[in-house]
Design a binder for this molecule. Structure first.
Ligand code: UD2
Length: 366
């Protein structure tokens, strides 16, 4: 989140510049009364104050954020029980949170599904579920072992699983004892110079893998960041054609505040009237066909941006958000499926299943 803070500071910085410009232009030409000018100043100062408090993590702001309503699911738009993996969704078990989207996709929260239904269905279909993770450079030593060991305990327990570890140092991949029906493949990748490029290079690499061996042996695939670890059951209830993760830091925010790419020159750009939710690139999944479309879209967008000398605000995550705006996810995971402990405890977060590891950017990034 250091980076999120950096973004916040630069955002404040640009507002500061804007304020300066308005002050120098405004004096002779605006013709505003003194009272109006004072009001304008007060407005800017309080906006800066609120943002500064927010980005310096004054918990009071986080408490206020909780009171922003997330909306609930109107009975007439509740998704029908058409999803084999979650069975009949128990919307009534979580009346305080939204359990469906406006396009009829379920948002799964703890207690809204029966995990046994999903487990049985996955076994009945004899599915193989892929889990991809990139561990390039120092991310391998720092995070990979914990990630894999926790996945062995909690990820798709009792199912056929194939791990794909993409790394620039295949020989350094730690040994982890795997359960029955589970195997691990190590795939060499080149190490990009900048961490941003390592992050973005995942999209074309995944696309290639999905079109090859991974796509042939897996039915569904989940693509995760390595700097996290499982703490609770992450089972077949998450499966779907296109699965998106609600971002733990942004699920209460109003749409206009979400950190989408706003620069119209970027392929990832969303206008202020666009966007549904802010999705987290640390977790996304789907069927092989769904993910082939997703990775192709993001890889193409990133390439177009590169040709225009632009880089989206949140790199691959910005392109992922654009994709999910254009191609709506068929299932959303609540922030319980990827939670950040540094956010204060929330009543709606009952049972986190995957946690962010502490971010140690200075240690792991170039
Ligand atoms: C955020 C998103 C991430 C991605 C990134 C783009 C979180 C938890 N994740 O991550 O999904 O959208 O922003 O800016 O907010 N990696 C390496 N070696 C490197 C660099 C990255 O292996 O040198 C891999 C690794 O799996 C890592 C992932 O790429 O977990 C994302 O990079 P990050 O975790 O440094 O980026 P972060 O935390 O800002």
């Amino acid at each position: 989140m250091a980076l999120r803070a950096e973004w916040g500071v630069s955002w404040l910085g640009s507002h500061g510049g804007c304020q300066q410009r308005q002050r120098s232009q405004g004096r002779p030409t605006w013709g505003l009364s003194r009272a109006k000018k004072r009001l304008l100043w007060r407005f800017f100062l309080s906006a800066f104050g609120v943002l500064a408090l927010y980005y310096y993590r004054f918990s009071i702001i986080r408490h206020i954020e909780v009171s922003i309503p997330m909306g609930i699911c109107p009975t007439n738009t509740m998704p029908l029980p058409r999803d084999n993996f979650t069975g009949v969704l128990r919307h009534w078990a979580r009346p305080e949170v939204p359990t469906c989207t406006s396009w009829g996709a379920p948002i799964i929260w703890d207690d809204t599904f029966d995990p046994h239904v999903a487990e049985q269905e996955a076994r009945r279909q004899n599915l193989t579920i892929g889990l991809t993770v990139f561990a390039v450079g120092r991310y391998l030593d720092k995070y990979l072992e914990h990630f894999l060991m926790s996945a062995e305990q909690h990820f798709m327990v009792g199912q056929n699983v194939v791990y794909y570890v993409f790394t620039d140092r295949p020989k350094a991949v730690p040994y982890v004892a795997l359960g029955q029906g589970r195997l691990l493949r190590v795939k060499p990748v080149q190490r990009e110079k900048r961490w941003q490029d390592v992050s973005m290079a995942r999209m074309p690499t995944l696309h290639q893998a999905l079109g090859g061996q991974l796509g042939q042996e897996a039915d569904y695939v989940f693509c995760l960041d390595v700097d996290q670890y499982f703490t609770g059951n992450f089972g077949p209830e998450v499966l779907g054609d296109l699965v998106a993760q609600l971002h733990a830091w942004h699920y209460h925010w109003p749409r206009w505040l979400l950190p989408y790419e706003r620069d119209k020159r970027s392929a990832a750009a969303l206008s202020f009237s666009e966007g549904d939710f802010y999705y987290h690139a640390a977790v996304f999944g789907g069927s092989v066909a769904g993910l082939l479309r997703l990775t192709a879209h993001c890889a193409r967008g990133q390439q177009l941006d590169r040709e225009h000398g632009i880089e989206a605000l949140w790199h691959d995550e910005s392109h992922l958000n654009k994709f999910f705006w254009l191609s709506k996810p068929t299932k959303l995971l609540s922030p319980e499926f990827c939670w950040a402990e540094e956010i204060d405890s929330r009543t709606e977060i009952r049972h986190p299943r995957l946690l962010w590891a502490p971010k140690e950017y200075t240690l792991v990034r170039n």
